[in-house]
Write a protein that binds this ligand. Structure first.
Ligand SMILES: Cc1ncc(COP(=O)(O)O)c(C=O)c1O
Length: 393
């Protein structure tokens, strides 16, 4: 990172393409040594020439050079002015929700990530905020959900775990007409496949634990926005609440970003092959993958995304018992929570990632399995699934 001498901000890298920005934005060779990789700045504090006079950094919770470098890269990749990094995806979600004050209302998807639902329905409800879960692909359902004090419309697209596709441009227009901000959790798509700010969203949230990091070795979160006032709010929360990622974690996420495009190209292609294969399997009920022509959101995804992602969900005709056997029956697909990394993962959302929505209106079908397709040879992945699916009958 080479902060601009006067402003302390990295110099901009205008009009480059995605893969170039992923490798260069905010990552100029270190001016001191020429190192081509952003140094991991571990210092917690910085020498000041005189009281309040410094090089843009005074204390590492407030501002850290490795973190600024990552934030700059992510802002460039989402096509926005500001990136703000957090210690986890949930810390990023929380930083956005802190816009809400008692009496405010937020609309969330009726299949929101379980952790987001838990945060809103427990801590924010306890703080006097109300919420309405809505099937956001149904614009009529959305039109009756607005309240006088609706401040935020939250959406995930493709959603987790049913991979519903939401029209970002349409719901952003609706949010703005009601004086609310539209926030997109872009964790499943990543900026490589979808850029919500260009479609009208006010901010983008990421669990960088997933595709951005990409190697199952870091937990992190990011918020990106073009809105200066909102960016000030996020920076204030980042510094005041202090849920900041370590410099090493910032380095890991930034390293992951450099290969995001090539990883996703291959992962999306393998996911398509697997989804099509599942459609033909006699033990499988529904297959949810936006790349399938029969998927409800296929046409919208074709317009809104540049690829269909690498997440595939499906149900087993044999119900929960069959799903449990299949999820425990793979060898290469590791039975584990999380997603987006080089390793393929399999999980049962109702019992794992989405157990926090059990008994609520967001409850997930217990026969649903979610796959995160990784970078192994797709032929091996198909064989592995074939063996596990034989246990379903
Ligand atoms: C869509 C989505 N958003 C947010 C999160 C939370 O991220 P983290 O686990 O990094 O806190 C997750 C985690 O699985 C997720 O899937």
């Amino acid at each position: 990172m080479s902060p601009h001498e006067e402003t302390g901000k990295p110099a901009p890298l205008p009009s480059r393409r995605f893969s170039t920005l992923a490798i260069h934005a905010g990552q100029e060779p270190d001016p001191l040594t020429g190192a081509v990789v952003t140094p991991i700045h571990l210092a917690s504090t910085y020498a000041q020439e005189a009281v309040g006079e410094h090089k843009g950094f005074d204390y590492s919770r407030t501002r850290n050079p490795t973190r600024v470098s990552l934030e700059t890269t992510m802002a460039a990749l989402e096509g926005a002015a500001h990136g703000v990094a957090f210690a986890s995806g949930m810390a990023a979600v929380d930083a956005v929700l802190r816009l809400l004050v008692p009496g405010d209302h937020v609309i969330i998807p009726d299949d929101a990530y379980g952790g987001t639902y838990r945060l809103v329905s427990s801590l924010y409800v306890a703080a006097g905020v109300s919420f309405t879960p809505v099937a956001l692909h149904d614009l009529d359902a959305l039109s009756s959900a607005w309240r006088e004090r609706t401040r935020l419309l939250w959406l995930e697209t493709p959603s987790n775990p049913k991979l519903n596709v939401i029209d970002i441009a349409a719901v952003s227009i609706a949010a703005h007409a009601h004086g609310a901000r539209c926030i997109v959790d872009n964790t499943f798509a990543t900026p490589y496949l979808q850029q919500p700010i260009a479609l009208g969203a006010d901010a983008v949230v990421h669990s960088s634990t997933k595709y951005l990091g990409g190697h199952s070795d870091v937990v992190g979160g990011l918020v990106v926005t073009d809105d200066d006032e909102f960016a000030r709010h996020l920076g204030f929360v980042q510094n005041s609440a202090g849920a900041v990622p370590s410099p090493f974690d910032c380095y890991l996420v930034q390293r992951g970003l450099k290969t995001l495009a090539v990883r996703l190209e291959r992962q999306c292609e393998s996911a398509r092959v697997i989804a099509e294969h599942l459609c033909d399997h006699p033990a499988v009920g529904e297959v949810y993958y936006p790349g399938l022509k029969r998927h409800l959101g296929h046409e919208l995804a074709s317009r809104q995304m540049s690829g269909f992602g690498a997440m595939v969900s499906f149900t087993l005709k044999g119900g929960e018992a069959a799903a449990m056997r299949v999820a425990a029956g793979t060898e290469l697909f590791t039975l584990a929570e999380s997603l987006g990394a080089v390793e393929s993962l399999i999980e049962l959302p109702a019992k794992m990632t989405h157990s926090s929505v059990a008994g609520s209106e967001l409850e997930v079908d217990p026969a649903l399995i979610r796959l995160s397709v990784g970078l192994e040879a797709v032929e091996d992945l198909l064989e592995d699934l074939g063996v596990a699916l034989s246990l379903a009958r």
